[in-house]
Design a binder for this molecule. Structure first.
Ligand code: PRP
Ligand code: URA
Length: 216
């Protein structure tokens, strides 16, 4: 159970970093209180975002050090962060620390407990895309319905390059997302065993929103 399981899908990137695995273990622990849970979500998000942004294009940027001119780099594209409310909120600050100039566009979805289908209740996107790269932030990829719906909204908005950054995925969610969105890389800290009859990821961590915000 401690090591990432295999699902041979090119779009799926499961971090094997020891720091990610150690923090994820503490995140899963049912005795971890909301304050520490929130800190761990942010720390894991930082590490996953570092991996997920490794191929972002750069432009040349020249600066002067105290000793000499230096030809360096700056991000070429505008980046949009799309946290899915509520649970995605916990990943935003970490992303903004890494990319302070990123724009943040919120999308609100919750799962209908009976059908497990996502219901959209909030969308703060302007009428057309203002960024070249979108990073969807949502810790849990369970049935994949919420991620698929979010990415559909972004594509209609005009987003061309989209990446999904989560924390735990179920195989069912990965398969659903890959079949609906074949061009969206998925970055997670772990691929778990399965969904239970209520659509929760097992072993998972429970309800990511409730655990962050103390509403369980
Ligand atoms: C959770 C999670 C995802 C969704 C994943 O949100 O943050 O958005 O479930 O499930 P899916 O892959 O089956 O769609 P939830 O509906 O619990 O809302 P919350 O964040 O407001 O608690
Ligand atoms: N949403 C969560 O917060 N946890 C799960 O296990 C599945 C969906």
């Amino acid at each position: 159970m401690g090591t990432p399981r295999q699902l041979s899908i090119e779009q799926l990137h499961v971090s094997s970093h020891p720091l990610v695995r150690e923090k994820l273990t503490r995140l899963r622990d049912e005795t971890t209180p909301p304050k520490i849970f929130r800190e761990l979500v942010a720390e894991i998000a930082t590490l996953l975002l570092y991996e997920a942004t490794a191929d972002l294009p750069t432009d040349e940027r020249e600066v002067k050090t105290p000793l000499a001119p230096y030809k360096g780099a700056r991000l070429k594209d505008k980046v949009g962060l799309i946290p899915v409310l509520r649970a995605g909120i916990g990943m935003v600050e970490a992303a903004l620390e890494l990319m302070p100039e990123a724009q943040v566009w919120h999308i609100g979805l919750f799962r209908d407990e009976r059908t497990l289908r996502p219901i959209e209740y909030y969308n703060k996107l302007p009428s057309s895309a203002t960024v070249q790269v979108c990073l969807v932030l949502d810790p849990m990829l369970a049935t994949g319905g919420s991620a698929t719906a979010t990415i559909d909204v972004l594509k209609k908005w005009g987003a061309k390059r989209i990446k999904y950054v989560g924390i735990i995925a179920a195989p069912e969610g990965v398969r659903a997302l890959v079949s609906a969105q074949h061009d969206v890389p998925i970055h997670v800290a772990a691929l778990d065993e399965r969904l239970n009859e209520k659509g929760y990821i097992v072993p998972g961590l429970g309800d990511a929103g409730d655990r962050q915000f103390g509403t369980g």
